[in-house]
Unconditional design. Structure first.
Length: 678
DNA sequence: AATATCCGTATTTTT
DNA sequence: TACGGATATT
């Protein structure tokens, strides 16, 4: 078998090991993807049915990439492998088998923002917002809830550990969460946490649980260090009869603890799965030794340290550079220069990436790239589906899909003039949009007995009604056509509600474009929440994207990827580590791992930039600025591991007028005096 | 009851 | 800053 030859002994062991639990510890660049895809291909080759293999990955994109690679080795039948994220797998399983636990297959999936809105609603309904003002706000509630579910800890414990300021509201919060769960159940809605929770519940249900678990002969899990306790429990339940499971991960690359991911899952795996075989992949095939040396040095300072150092047989290579820039503008300039220089050396743009901590860290660079006509695609930090206007339009689709979805009704109705929460509630009552999924049919009511509305809202309510009824009465309408039809109602409304309609209008175009790729409305809505566009390329007209383009990405979104040349920007204290994450040693260690992940994405060339000065953006034209320190993670390692460079950027000193002629204050003085004369 | 205005505060990463 | 939330106004 030809593809089989270029595995090293450890990889080969992982690929061909016999049935049973296996833990693969794979350092950065050790051929993790290759090993997993090799394993899947090998299993298929051994006669395992592809549709009985479950491959759990971190993103939809990773799953697609792996299946594509498996296909090369095992042929087209590899397409039948179940691949996806925990959440998307839960979604599929629950749509098929959810009836067994009283879940209608048409359930809708809500994102964190919707979940927070619903909690906010309940908070008001229960009167919890009133008595004092320190009751947690909706986003905090959402965070607490997610933490309780995914860490499997008690509410009391979570509040004590992570939200001590709210401990006195424990009872109120508990009440609210109970009501929240009930409402979701009544309205047939699942949030992200529920997807996992219900999957677990399905597995725990006598009779059904075993059947679901037995759907798969083999389960493989990528990026295991970034799973949470609930996910580990799901895996245990999935594998209680057939114990064939392989998990692959690297404890040094765990960067999702904010989502309750815990490396404990990796450490405990041998306990959870008795007799687990442990295989270590330590040889790095990606980076040059100087890059690895620097990355290892950064990790050495971690408080808690697991991994041994990575090594490579790749000889030579330049030391990574740390480039000190005068300010952010100089940084952008320097990145552009170096990217272009690399391209001159023969490294195409798409084999280069610029990485950063937060989505907006690339804003200034994007301006510079655009002005120089350097094409780029950005991954991560996209807020497309969270934008209010996108949510508005999707809410109309949600109403059509699930007419008892009060949250969406409320959102849409409140857009209309003279309709606020009170009137909206009244209208919902008239339509029979009940809490419970009752016998009433709101759309039928809308058609037969239109509710009374304030006179100011009459016209736009009529437009909404027409759109809803037309789409509901036309079963053949494609998702894109539905979006188009809704826009006819929405755009006039939207121009009244939002300040800058023109910019936002483009998002609606993009939404329509995405809809045109969807088969059904339900799938469109679900995909939008479960697998939202993750890059600017997902949003752009494909023909508009240059063949060769630079990659911009948050470090989180860069996970698992590699490039010839990597440029890490904003390596300043306050950015990496983020100011928001310097509270505890654990937080700091995670930020450190983040930098480690960024550095180990590089194959041949690694440039790390940090601006000395940050201007306070905003208000006046003053030159308010603060000086930054180099990231503490870099400052504390042996300077000999890096090449240090200073870049001042383009010359900004253009001379001042004062130096050109004589000084004349008389005009200004007269003007100032004149201000106060009557 | 809806909307305009003001004030204070959080501010990241993603399924 | 920009946004959410509380208060003032229509």
């Amino acid at each position: 078998m030809s593809w089989f030859d270029d595995f090293n002994p450890a990889q080969r062991e992982a690929v061909t090991c016999p049935d049973g639990p296996v833990l693969v510890l794979a350092g950065a660049g050790a051929g993790k993807t290759k090993t997993i895809t090799g394993r899947v291909a090998w299993l298929i080759d051994q006669g395992v049915r592809p549709d009985r293999i479950l491959l759990l990955t971190f993103t939809r994109r990773a799953a697609d990439e792996m299946l594509r690679r498996t296909e090369r080795q095992a042929g087209a039948k590899a397409r039948k492998v179940w691949g996806g994220t925990f959440h998307s797998t839960a979604n599929s399983l629950l749509r098929r088998h959810g009836r067994a636990i009283g879940l209608s297959p048409a359930f809708s999936v809500i994102d964190n923002a919707d979940s927070a809105d619903l909690m906010d609603l309940i908070r008001t309904d229960l009167g919890l917002a009133k008595p004092d003002k320190r009751f947690p706000r909706k986003d905090t509630l959402q965070a607490i809830y997610g933490r309780v579910v995914s860490s499997r800890l008690k509410l009391k414990q979570v509040l004590e550990d992570d939200f001590p300021a709210y401990q006195e509201y424990t009872e109120g919060i508990r009440q609210l969460f109970e009501a929240y769960a009930t409402r979701k159940r009544e309205q047939n809605m699942l949030d992200y946490d529920d997807l996992l929770l219900f999957w677990k519940a399905l597995l725990d249900t006598p009779g059904v649980g075993d059947k679901v678990a037995d759907l798969f002969d083999h389960v493989l899990v990528d990026e295991y260090q970034d799973t949470n306790l609930l996910q580990a429990e799901i895996l245990q339940a999935m594998r209680r009869r057939k114990r064939n499971i392989m998990v692959v991960g690297d404890d040094a690359q765990s960067i999702y603890s904010f989502r309750s991911a815990t490396v404990r899952n990796m450490l405990d795996f041998p306990k959870q799965f008795d007799g687990a075989r442990i295989i270590k992949l330590e040889e790095n095939y990606r980076s040059t030794q100087p890059i690895l040396d620097a990355a290892n040095a950064v990790m050495e300072q971690a408080k808690e340290r697991f991994t041994k150092n990575l090594f490579t047989k790749r000889a030579g290579g330049a030391k990574p550079s740390i480039i000190t820039c005068r300010d952010e503008f100089a940084q952008s300039n320097e990145v552009c220069e170096r990217v272009l220089a690399k391209r001159e050396e023969g490294v195409p743009l798409k084999h280069q990436a610029v990485l950063f901590r937060a989505g907006h860290d690339s804003d200034q660079l994007e301006v510079e790239l655009a002005s120089r006509n350097i094409p780029f695609v950005k991954y991560g930090g996209l807020k497309f589906v969270e934008a209010a206007h996108v949510k508005d339009l999707v809410a109309v689709l949600r109403i059509l899909e699930n007419p008892s979805d009060r949250l969406s009704w409320l959102r849409v109705l409140k857009l209309l003039p003279d309709i606020g929460p009170a009137t909206a509630t009244k209208i919902m009552m008239e339509l029979g949009v009940t809490e419970a999924d009752g016998p009433g049919n709101p759309l039928k009511a809308l058609s037969e007995a239109p509710p009374k509305t304030p006179s100011g809202a009459a016209a736009s309510f009529g437009a909404l009604r027409a759109a809803l009824l037309e789409i509901a009465g036309n079963a053949d309408m494609s998702p894109a056509a539905q979006v188009e039809r809704i826009r006819r109602f929405y755009e006039p409304v939207f121009e009244r509600v939002y300040e800058n309609p023109t910019v936002r209008l483009r998002d609606l175009d993009q939404l329509e474009l995405i809809a045109s790729n969807a088969k059904t409305r339900n799938k469109f809505i679900t995909d939008l929440t479960l697998d939202p566009p993750s890059s600017t390329a997902d949003l752009a007209d494909q023909s508009q994207i240059d063949d060769d383009h630079l990659i911009l990405s948050t470090i989180h979104s860069a996970k698992g990827l590699e490039w010839d040349a990597v440029h890490v920007i904003h390596a300043a204290d306050g950015k990496i580590p983020s100011d928001m994450a310097t509270g505890s040693e654990e937080d700091l260690d995670e930020e450190r791992r983040l930098l480690y992940v960024a550095m180990t994405r590089a194959k041949d060339s690694l440039n790390i930039y940090f601006p000395l000065r940050y201007y306070h953006r905003g208000r006046s034209v003053s030159d308010d600025h603060a000086y930054a320190q180099m990231s503490r993670f870099l400052a504390e390692v042996d300077p000999g591991l890096f090449e240090r460079v200073a870049a001042v950027g383009p010359d900004q000193d253009e001379g001042t007028l004062e130096s050109v002629g004589a000084v004349d204050r008389s005009g200004v003085d007269a003007m100032l005096k004149g201000l106060w004369a009557d």
